[in-house]
Design a protein around this ligand. Sequence first.
Ligand SMILES: [Zn+2]
Ligand SMILES: [Zn+2]
Length: 275
Amino acid sequence: MEYRGYIDTHVHTDNSPDGHFSATHLCEKALEKGLRAVAFTDHCEVDVFYGEGYDRRVRQAYFEVMKAREVFTGDLLVLEGIELAQPAYEPETAKKIIDAFPYDYVIGSIHNLRNKDDFYYMPTFEGLDIDALMREYLNEEKIMCEWGGFDSLAHLTYPLRYFFARSQIIVDMDRYKKEVDEILALLIEKDKALEINSAGLRQPLCKLSPERDIIKRYRDMGGKLITLGSDAHFDRDLGAGLDVAAEAAYEYGFRSSVIYQNRQPVEIPLYSSEA
Ligand SMILES: [Zn+2]
Ligand SMILES: [Zn+2]
């Protein structure tokens, strides 16, 4: 069986501060790579929405993806998404953002603890209480799931990438089984998807997010909805590692992943023999 590999539900354009390519360029590249569907999910950091100009960025992103969707109709399914980060820190702002445009797809994520820097921008973790950071982070993930205004939960183990990349610190997620179970239970209860994010495979940590044990646990607890996303910020990373994500999902019993259209999940078989 070969992964169909044609769907990427987590892609950033140059309307993300750390994105590098336009939506139309990424669509051309997606076609070259044989993808059939791309959800553009530019960053929207809710806790600094007004202060850092995301209000303008979000409008521009919506406009450009809408144009790309028109141009590529029939060749590539282009979905209008948004990566809503820290939504539960400012739930009223988050609601306004989601209600402003008819999105296909909303990703929920956390990049920073309250009033702290994005883990990505922290130069070192040496001397910090990693266990306390993890407990605070997972508690924020839980609060975001209780809020529940998103479709799929992104990169559940996000800080682990940077703990390792900056300070070679490895976190054993077994220590947080109870906290992770609470998050997974909320996803299942609220019919939210768990994202399998492949960006970590391209980073020093070299792991999916979440890690395989958590994907298995989600399935064992009754989880049915998964999305597969590369979190590409460069054209070369479109679809990257999604074969590995699909293989992990399949191993634990998933036979399909989902894309979201008009905020509704649409099941797509992982492998063609399952069609
Ligand atoms: Zn993210
Ligand atoms: Zn992202």
